[in-house]
Write a protein that binds this ligand. Structure first.
Ligand SMILES: O=c1ccn([C@@H]2O[C@H](COP(=O)(O)OP(=O)(O)O[C@H]3O[C@H](CO)[C@@H](O)[C@H](O)[C@H]3O)[C@@H](O)[C@H]2O)c(=O)[nH]1
Ligand SMILES: [Mn+2]
Length: 709
């Protein structure tokens, strides 16, 4: 790749450009300064109330509010890193074509696809993902697709044997007809100009699908999970390599979940193709644009970005999102807004999928090569034997063995990093600390599409796993607030700290979801009254934060409806996933619960659920303990709001004292609307289970009567 970069420099070909909006940056910085000043005012107010508190009760209330606001201020301060220098980029594909004239000019590409559970991740979807990348507009002899199957499932293997056969027809069909939608499933559901050739393709696809689904229904093929498989098939000349890998597992060794799977793929692919560029994909993220690898090359081959560029991250985007995205599954801030912000600093964080890496990144910092234990695994080793030669297959089996990593540097100095359930965040963070930088590529046509979870329970469990993983990093010796700030400077360190400490949002949100409401019932006034200048400070801070969030969301292409759900899910997550995640993390630290595991997000679709999702009805349905704080908060807010209304009606003049608390409770009630509906007004399978409704109403009565004492 060095020589191609040199050629690009000699020809002075512009492969990409970057654009900073001076207006947005200036506005953000000015706004941050004003907001910071207002925050100082708030803390002055807090100090005064702490010093003036007369009873133990009022002191405890003041302390809780103070701690909550400290957390909010910390999260605000760390999030400023995303706003100081946001960057937009463009690629010039026509110039890349000037540069890469022959097939041999293209660097080889190894694609890694991970799957783990044939029931939660239907093999047909995994196959569609693989087909979509096999059909990339890229010299076929340069592409190899490696599928890691952590479930060791014969069904997935069977599906891939079928897929390899189908690919031999599908790829030429796509090239000939210039199909852009190269995921067969997406193509056949969106295509309308049927020709006899298309009909024929569709029939073949349907037949394959039925064969695969039949096998899955029977679930009857022999299941083998104690040996490692590497099947490789090169079906004809004009097809990319497709390699199925199921690493060896045993009950006594730690597999490190997805990070372990990816490291196995790193080694297996090194023995077979050792391509200098690697794309990692989750099985639910298919390619939506065949030109994506070329876009990534526009950065990787850019001589200006040089040897420090380690990865090009594409944002996660989703299909099948409901009209107003009720579970905020798009996570616009995480994947788009904040990533563009980081791009103006040292580059976006790695989000686990849709990311093109330079293989060299997994072997030490840009200027300090870390050698693997076998020279054949090293990034500059050139594979000379064909994939199917016995020698290569033997080595591949060896490096996929369950004990292979013992006493090696894999997971610490080499490859994807172990030690956190969010291996993507942790790996990207460590790599950036080593001095690698990254780029966000966010083209108009989405490069990849994934599935969003369509039930609340699944969403909350996913976020709970993330919270545990993030806290593992936050409280490790690599904490971004210390190690990160030292390695990458204040802003990058802050940005990573913002994520690592993400679960502590649960503190202020839980406090604000209960304390002002219960205090209202108790007759205690905890906020300044309406005509007080300090009330204005509160209002400015609230409107400032929500307003800025809304504007950013709209500028990133969101709608008001989606934003409303986004802010709602922010508080729902905080009182459930983040709270439970933090508790599980604490239990783990205390040694009480030591078996944290990677609970794979279900991608299987239930027809009834999917219908309710389209109608935008919140899906409760199961007995999840995480629903209890949500439902309890909902009822407490309602009771408190009604109580406040009655109070004002009885003692008209008192309204200015309770106004702020009424505002908080009222905001809670509006946000909790779907919860009330799920408790009382619905009768479908997704309503809140009566047991949980009963439990949360009892808890509410308990809390409210305690507060009324
Ligand atoms: O032991 C395991 C567990 C998971 N996976 C794969 O990892 C991927 C992500 O798992 P998923 O359950 O879909 O997790 P999500 O929470 O939806 O994914 C986000 O969060 C993960 C970290 O928690 C990242 O790895 C993902 O890239 C990111 O999209 C899937 O392809 C799985 O098949 C494995 O290969 N082995
Ligand atoms: Mn996923």
């Amino acid at each position: 790749m060095e020589d191609i970069r040199a050629r690009a420099a000699a020809k002075a070909l512009l492969l990409n450009s970057q654009h900073i909006s001076p207006r947005a940056t200036t506005f953000n910085r000015l706004f941050a300064a004003i907001y910071a000043g207002t925050l100082l005012g708030l803390f002055y107010y807090h100090m005064a109330s702490l010093l003036n508190s007369t009873s133990l009760g009022s002191f405890l209330v003041s302390v809780s509010l103070f701690i909550s606001d400290v957390v909010l201020a910390f999260m605000w301060a760390t999030s400023q890193a995303f706003r100081m220098n946001p960057l937009l980029r463009r690629e010039f594909l026509e110039n890349l074509n000037e540069l890469l004239k022959k097939e041999s000019d293209f660097p080889a590409l190894d694609v890694f696809i991970c799957t783990a559970d044939p029931y939660k991740e239907p093999p047909m979807n995994v196959v569609n993902t693989a087909l979509s990348v096999m059909a990339y507009d890229y010299p076929t002899c340069k592409v190899s697709v490696y599928v890691s199957d952590d479930g060791g499932s014969a069904m997935t293997l069977f599906a891939f044997m079928e897929a390899a056969r189908f690919a031999a027809k599908w790829l030429p069909f796509c090239r000939k007809n210039e199909v852009i939608e190269r995921n067969p499933d997406a193509f056949f559901t969106s295509y309308h100009h049927w020709t006899s050739e298309t009909e024929e393709m569709k029939r073949m696809y349907e037949k394959m699908k039925i064969r695969v689904e039949n096998i899955c229904e029977k679930g009857k093929i022999l299941y083998s999970s104690t040996s490692s498989h590497c099947y490789s098939g090169t079906v004809g000349q004009a097809l990319p390599n497709l390699i199925y890998v199921s690493r060896q597992k045993s009950l006594t060794s730690n597999h490190h979940f997805k990070a372990g799977a990816l490291n196995t793929l790193l080694r297996v692919s090194a023995t077979m193709t050792n391509a200098p560029i690697i794309l990692t994909l989750d099985c639910d993220m298919y390619s939506n644009d065949p030109q994506t690898p070329s876009r990534a090359l526009c950065y990787i081959l850019d001589p200006k970005l040089g040897n420090n560029l380690g990865y090009v991250q594409f944002p996660q985007k989703f299909r099948g999102v409901s009209k107003n995205d009720i579970y905020a599954g798009e996570l616009k801030h995480l994947f788009i807004i904040n990533s563009a912000g980081l791009d103006g600093l040292l580059g976006p964080n790695y989000v686990g999928t849709g990311c093109f890496f330079v293989r060299r990144i997994f072997f030490g910092g840009p200027s300090s090569l870390e050698s693997p234990e076998l020279s054949k695994l090293s990034p500059n080793y050139v594979v000379e034997r064909p994939i199917q030669s016995q020698e290569v297959l033997d080595l591949a089996h060896l490096v996929a063995g369950c004990d292979y990593e013992n006493n090696t540097k894999w997971g610490s100095k080499l490859g994807f990093k172990y030690g956190s359930l969010v291996e993507d965040y942790f790996t990207g963070y460590c790599l950036q600390c080593e001095g690698w930088r990254s780029v966000l590529c966010n083209p108009n046509r989405a490069a990849f599409y994934g599935d969003v979870p369509i039930s609340l329970h699944v969403v909350l469990n996913q976020i709970k796993r993330w919270s545990i993983g993030l806290l593992e990093v936050a409280f490790s010796k690599y904490s971004p607030i210390t190690f990160g700030v030292r390695s990458m400077g204040l802003l990058m360190g802050f940005a990573y700290a913002h994520y690592a400490f993400w679960p502590i949002w649960s503190i202020p949100v839980t406090v604000y979801a209960f304390l002002p409401q219960l205090a209202l019932i108790n007759g205690t006034h905890i906020f300044p009254e309406v005509w007080d200048a300090w009330f204005v400070v509160y209002i400015l801070l609230f409107l400032g934060a929500y307003g800025e969030d809304l504007v950013e969301f709209l500028l990133a292409g969101g709608t008001f409806g989606k934003w409303w759900n986004d802010q709602r899910m922010w508080s729902i997550r905080a009182v459930s996933s983040l709270l439970f995640g933090s508790m599980e993390f604490i239990l783990k630290c205390l040694g009480i619960n030591s078996s944290l595991s990677f609970n794979v997000t279900s991608k299987a679709i239930d027809e009834e659920q999917s219908k309710r999702y389209k109608q935008e009805l919140f899906e409760f349905g199961v007995l999840s303990p995480m629903f209890v704080p949500i439902a309890t908060a909902a009822t407490v807010n309602l009771v408190s709001f009604i109580y406040g209304v009655i109070e004002i009606w009885r003692w008209g003049g008192a309204w200015k004292h309770v106004f702020a608390q009424m505002l908080v409770a009222g905001f809670g009630v509006v946000n909790c609307w779907p919860v009330y509906v799920a408790m009382a007004l619905r009768n479908d399978g997704g309503k809140l289970p009566p047991k949980l409704t009963f439990l949360s109403i009892s808890l509410t009565l308990l809390l409210c009567s305690f507060a009324a004492l």
